[in-house]
Design a protein around this ligand. Structure first.
Ligand SMILES: *[C@@H]1O[C@H](CO)[C@@H](O)[C@H](O)[C@H]1NC(C)=O
Ligand SMILES: *[C@@H]1O[C@H](CO)[C@@H](O)[C@H](O)[C@H]1NC(C)=O
Ligand SMILES: *[C@@H]1O[C@H](CO)[C@@H](O)[C@H](O)[C@H]1NC(C)=O
Ligand SMILES: *[C@@H]1O[C@H](CO)[C@@H](O)[C@H](O)[C@H]1NC(C)=O
Ligand SMILES: *[C@@H]1O[C@H](CO)[C@@H](O)[C@H](O)[C@H]1NC(C)=O
Ligand SMILES: *[C@@H]1O[C@H](CO)[C@@H](O)[C@H](O)[C@H]1NC(C)=O
Ligand SMILES: *[C@@H]1O[C@H](CO)[C@@H](O)[C@H](O)[C@H]1NC(C)=O
Length: 344
């Protein structure tokens, strides 16, 4: 009986399991169908997405029937056709655009130089964009800002119309350039950005300009407004009437430091396509501006600035302790800074 019972239970178990097995099979089949479904779906999705990208590419090709520019092969990476998000380049959509950055240091004539560039109908130099700290807080914010500028989406008083043929900014070496030089060089070389170095030869004059400018920031003799650049001889004369005292002890070390920063900047960015300018040469020789326009591939124009030079004539008229400065630099390699002068 016990055996029977046992057999029965065994049998019932077998019976039960044989009843169960189609259920398991069904589940397996169902699962298999599900997996197949998902697989087919992904393939479909992939086909749809590749379909849309080819469509997208076709669309772009159709939208950009710009003729191949007649240029040397090496120039190709530096020629761009930006497609601004905020407006249409309209009749100039096929005019190639060059990207540039003016690399300089404070009080080296870059403000004046930029007004000259912006006097050209086809050049937009958007100012010292990275003087705002958040924009240079890290490499990603720097690249985001550059992308916007070079896509012609940066709005400033220097923004021109849709016929901009060269777009850029003014960038001081101490505004993240030296700190992130590796990444920025890579960006410039992959995106085809050219560099315009603008330095000043007479670093003593630059120092006077810095001291006077920082005095003006507090004293504001021009009706209570701080002005780094002026547009009339009258204003220039007022600003130049302040004669700074130069610390003769720290003079040579600080001149040397500026020299070293300049050298380092040139070294870091020398692999970018570049041109080196000195403020004094541009002042003396206007054919330098023709060279810059050639570098930026824009039609040559006579360029004008309304800015007036603040510290004119001999340096001895602009330094309170001239005798100390003369003594400190006499016989050093910086001696020429005492005399070197130019008209205008
Ligand atoms: C360039 O400067 C001249 C003289 O100041 C001015 O008449 C002209 O409108 C300026 N052009 C541009 C594009 O700013
Ligand atoms: C970069 O800086 C911005 C603004 O300061 C910040 O929002 C962002 O998280 C930073 N990104 C990285 C990768 O550090
Ligand atoms: C320069 O701008 C003018 C109009 O402002 C436009 O007609 C001309 O095509 C532009 N030149 C280049 C080289 O983009
Ligand atoms: C101050 O403002 C007055 C009136 O606007 C003007 O006549 C005068 O030239 C200004 N002075 C300076 C130093 O800019
Ligand atoms: C010059 O600068 C040094 C270092 O900052 C300072 O110790 C010294 O007092 C300064 N000399 C004058 C005359 O201001
Ligand atoms: C001006 O610069 C050009 C090239 O930049 C040079 O060929 C020319 O001799 C210079 N002229 C003077 C007067 O220095
Ligand atoms: C410069 O140094 C030389 C000798 O080293 C001296 O004869 C001359 O008077 C000095 N000039 C000035 C302006 O100190």
């Amino acid at each position: 009986m016990a055996d029977d019972l046992c057999f029965f239970t065994k049998d019932s178990f077998i019976l039960k399991s044989s009843k169960k097995s189609p259920l398991v099979l069904r589940t397996v089949v169902l699962f298999f169908v599900m997996v197949c479904g998902v697989y087919i779906c992904t393939i479909c999705l992939k086909q749809i997405s590749t379909g849309s990208t080819t469509e997208f590419l076709n669309f772009r090709v159709v939208q950009k029937p710009c003729p191949e520019p007649n240029i040397e092969p090496w120039e190709i990476p530096y020629v761009h056709y930006p497609n601004p998000k905020t407006y249409s380049r309209a009749e100039c959509a096929c005019n190639p655009v060059q990207y540039f950055a003016i690399m300089s240091m404070q009080r080296s004539g870059s403000g004046w130089f930029e007004t000259l560039l912006n006097n050209h109908t086809n050049i937009s130099s958007n100012g010292e964009i990275f003087s705002v700290k958040v924009r240079r807080s890290n490499v990603s914010t720097i690249f985001e800002t550059l992308d916007k500028i070079y896509n012609l989406d940066w709005m400033s008083s220097a923004s021109k119309n849709e016929c901009t043929a060269a777009v850029g900014l003014k960038w001081m070496l101490n505004q993240g350039l030296m700190q992130h030089h590796k990444e920025i060089v890579e960006y410039f070389n992959t995106r085809g950005v050219s560099t315009i170095f603008l330095f000043r030869r007479n670093l003593l004059r630059r120092m006077i300009s810095i001291l006077a400018n920082s005095y003006d920031r507090d004293a504001k003799p021009l009706n209570g407004t701080h002005k780094s650049h002026v547009h009339s001889p009258h204003e220039a004369a007022i600003l130049a009437s302040y004669k700074p005292v130069v610390n003769a002890t720290t003079l040579i070390p600080s001149l040397r430091q500026v020299e070293e920063t300049t050298k380092k900047g040139l070294e870091y960015f020398k692999s970018t396509r570049h041109i080196i300018l000195y403020y004094e040469d541009v002042v003396k020789n206007h054919t330098k501006l023709a060279e810059v326009q050639e570098f930026l591939k824009v039609p040559k124009r006579e360029l004008k600035s309304r800015q007036v030079k603040i510290h004119k004539g001999s340096l001895s008229n602009h330094i309170q302790n001239w005798v100390d400065v003369e003594k400190a630099l006499n016989g050093t390699k910086y001696e020429s800074y005492l005399h070197a002068d130019y008209r205008k």
